[in-house]
Write a protein that binds this ligand. Structure first.
Ligand code: MG
Length: 247
């Protein structure tokens, strides 16, 4: 069941989204060769708590950190730890914040120092696929118009779309209906309307689409070991779409 939000709830989600975006951009700016993913996680947690938010990933189904830190061939749900970033890596930072009972959820993939041209292209295309999906979040469109727009941008550039993980509705819960695949034909699924708030999050691989989960039960990695990128915004359906996690 899709929970529609009243205008006053969307204003609360705007506050949650704004803090979520601030943390994302703060942590992204800390990324440099030599820093560990644990240091990034600790910085994120401090930043959130100092501003009155709750890091929603921490303890979620037992997840041990406030951010997911996914390096190179890790697609999503990487657990922060002692891994030090190296020049040429890419790192996906995914994080969620609760403010006053409402969630924000966002992700970005950033380069560590100077990266290969193909890796930069993967980042650019994944961000563009997110924005193409967001542009479809207008009343009267169908859910899969978002999915199709994401897929088109990614596949036209020769990259593949992860199919095992999807975007989601968001509100009082981090994960609400509907699920939002990043692929598929247009014009399918529920018709979008005002009051829907969606976390749109393409996960795009440089190589094949296949992924697997490591023995830690969390870390999702590409089977071929090639890099993967992840960008996410929390968006209220509107004309134009209302990006709650914009910078
Ligand atoms: Mg999400």
């Amino acid at each position: 069941m899709i929970v529609l939000k009243a205008d006053w709830e969307i204003e609360k989600m705007r506050q949650a989204g704004a803090l979520t975006a601030k943390v994302r951009d703060y942590v992204a700016a800390l990324v440099r060769p030599g820093i560990t993913t644990r240091e990034l996680d600790e910085a994120a947690r401090r930043f959130i708590e100092e501003r009155g938010g709750i890091p929603s990933f921490l303890g979620y189904e037992g997840f041990p950190a406030s951010i997911c830190a996914s390096v190179n061939g890790v697609v999503v749900h990487g657990i922060p730890g002692e891994q030090a970033l190296r020049e040429g890596d890419i790192i996906s930072l995914d994080l969620g914040v609760v403010v006053d009972g409402y969630h924000g959820d966002t992700a970005i993939t950033v380069p560590v120092g100077k990266i290969a041209q193909r890796a930069q292209q993967l980042l650019d295309v994944t961000r563009a696929s997110l924005l193409a999906g967001v542009a479809q979040a207008v009343p009267g469109n169908h859910l899969s118009d978002i999915s199709h727009a994401v897929e088109r941008v990614a596949t036209e550039a020769g990259f593949s779309v992860v199919v095992d993980f999807v975007g989601h509705g968001i509100g009082r819960e981090m994960h609400e209906d509907p699920q939002i695949p990043n692929y598929g034909p247009p014009g399918r699924g529920v018709q979008l309307r005002r009051g829907m708030v969606l976390a749109i999050e393409p996960m795009i691989n440089m190589g094949g689409a296949d992924v697997r989960i490591r023995g830690d039960g969390w870390t999702v990695e590409t089977v071929d070991g090639l890099p993967s990128a992840h960008f996410e915004h929390t968006v209220a359906v509107g004309d134009p779409p209302d990006v709650l996690t914009a910078p």
